[in-house]
Design a protein around this ligand. Structure first.
Ligand SMILES: Cc1cc2nc3c(=O)[nH]c(=O)nc-3n(C[C@H](O)[C@H](O)[C@H](O)COP(=O)(O)O)c2cc1C
Length: 501
């Protein structure tokens, strides 16, 4: 029943689909499902308010695009392997916010879906999920705003209503918004997974609309194998089939040649988890779902005790794979850093020299910062001290600083999570543009920053090894205080304004 992926807009007819699943539908599971034969994969539901705060970051080391929250959590990670086949599902109750998020991810996903089926309180109390089912005007507003606002197909996933007639009336209204397809979970919002799926409702929906209907809800009672998917599709008269639990237990159910053993699948899952630096708790969660009743076994308990992807690999006897893969990633990171230094050509935008750089604290020794280097250089050259101007944007409260040095302006194009980091990033742009050292670990010592600081640094390093008590004492000296010794700081209007140092 499956058709090859057509180039261009994603088509939802005659497809097998990995359902959206919170915590399960992250990148490793989606890639695995695609490898085994799924045509389309939905990501886990992501809430619009959280996504709206994310920044899109190209991760050159992992070769992914990450949507990163202000607290640095990766909310959504995607890569070229799933390009054209990944559907972004969001939880929303607000057309404009939904559109803002859809626009943010639009170029990295194949379609955008709105969850209208989640009966959990955290969803419904915000008017999202299945709460939308009793507010058809809101549904229409959200879906038509999305359909008109983005170039990618828009879909939605619903549960059935308590009568056939109400369900059919609702989907007819939904179809009029211009959505490309509709996924129907054949259960009412109060029904639990143990209740039988209502194939007759899905069938009535399929007969009443002309867009593809994706049948969902068949795991466990109806769909236990690849062949069962086709039976479920026939029983519902739908165009496509979407699987959640059956795929979570063993994603190789999408394999036409027959499912593989869970042990083999778990190993493949771990390969993707390590390769794409998946959150270890998420990795563990998904593996535990695959273990099912074996989760209480001695093996399951060992898995449960693992805290990192490395420890998970140890439990599975995959330490060699872990070491090899992480070494490759580290090598790529190092190569990018070396090349990056050469290829980060400064660009003049208006009258500001810009570069896409970030201040990574771990790249610098304790108590050494690019700002200090710039200040010391300005003193040595008998120039005015650098002046920092910082602005904060409202959508994610991110900061961007411009440093004025010798009547020229320098700025990083990347927004930082704090004013301090934004100023450091601006200082890095200035130093790199001028070809000056910035104090990074491994960089040859220029002698720009005074000896006392270097000695302090040595002390701190010694302390790390020698005495935890003394270490605490030294690390209690906050960075600002340290900088204050060599720079004056003037803050105008709280966080945003001008500082000199
Ligand atoms: C672990 C888990 C997480 C889920 N998360 C979502 C979600 O994020 N969005 C959504 O629309 N449905 C979610 N669902 C519901 C499934 O997508 C699906 O509608 C339901 O499980 C019925 O399909 P099945 O019989 O194939 O399991 C989730 C289900 C499970 C088991």
């Amino acid at each position: 029943m499956m058709m090859a992926n057509s180039v261009g807009r994603l088509c939802f007819a005659h497809k097998t689909v990995l359902a959206p699943m919170v915590r399960v539908g992250t990148l490793p599971m989606r890639l695995l499902a695609l490898d085994y034969g799924a045509d389309i994969v939905y990501c886990e539901e992501l809430i619009d308010i959280k996504m709206a705060q994310c920044e899109r970051v190209v991760n050159d080391v992992l070769e992914t695009v990450d949507f990163v929250a202000p607290d640095e959590r990766v909310m959504f990670r995607t890569c070229s392997k799933e390009k054209g086949r990944v559907v972004f599902q969001m939880g929303t109750a607000d057309p404009e916010r939904a559109l803002a998020v859809a626009k943010l991810v639009e170029n990295d996903v194949a379609a955008v879906d709105v969850n209208m089926g989640c009966p959990k309180e955290y969803s419904t109390k915000g008017g999202m999920g299945s709460a939308l089912l009793s507010d058809p005007e809101k549904i229409e507003a959200i879906l038509s705003t999305l359909v008109n606002g983005i170039s990618k197909p828009v879909t939605c996933k619903i549960r059935i209503l308590s009568t056939l007639e109400d369900t059919v009336n609702l989907v007819k209204r939904i179809e009029k918004t211009g959505v490309a397809a509709i996924a129907v979970h054949g259960r009412m919002k109060d029904e639990r997974p143990r209740h039988p799926v209502h194939c007759d409702y899905i069938q009535a929906v399929a007969e009443s609309v002309s867009i593809p209907v994706i049948a969902n809800g068949g795991s466990s009672d109806m769909v236990k194998s690849f062949e069962d998917m086709e039976k479920f599709r026939e029983a519902t008269g739908a165009s496509s089939v979407m699987l959640a639990r059956a795929a979570m237990w063993n994603p190789s159910i999408f394999r036409q040649q027959g499912a593989l053993s869970v042990e083999e699948v778990m190993e493949e899952y771990i390969r993707y988890a390590v390769r794409y630096d998946n959150n270890p708790f998420n990795t563990k969660y998904c593996l535990c779902q695959m273990l099912r009743d074996k989760v209480e076994s001695p093996f399951g308990k060992r898995l449960h005790a693992a805290q990192t992807n490395e420890e998970i690999c140890e439990v599975f006897g995959m330490t060699d794979f872990y070491n090899k893969t992480t070494a490759e990633l580290e090598a790529r990171k190092a190569a990018l850093q070396t090349n990056g230094d050469q290829s980060e050509h400064p660009k003049l935008v208006d009258d500001v020299v810009t570069m896409p750089v970030r201040f990574e604290r771990r790249d610098y020794p304790p108590q050494i910062t690019p700002k200090m280097y710039l200040l010391e250089w300005s003193r040595k050259e008998k120039l005015d001290q650098p002046v920092y101007e910082t602005e904060q944007r409202t959508q994610d409260r991110g900061f961007q600083s411009t440093v004025i040095m010798d009547n020229k302006k320098y700025r990083s194009t990347l927004w930082e999570k704090s004013k301090k980091f934004a100023e450091q990033a601006a200082a890095i742009v200035c130093l790199r543009t001028l070809g000056l050292p910035e104090g990074r670990i491994g960089e040859e010592h220029s002698g720009l920053v005074n000896k006392r600081k270097r000695d302090d640094k040595k002390c701190a390093a010694l302390d790390d090894n020698e005495s935890a008590g003394r270490k605490r004492h030294i690390s209690e000296v906050p960075q600002e205080e340290e900088e204050e010794m060599i720079c004056r700081t003037k803050v105008v209007n709280g966080v945003c304004g001008q500082t000199t140092c």
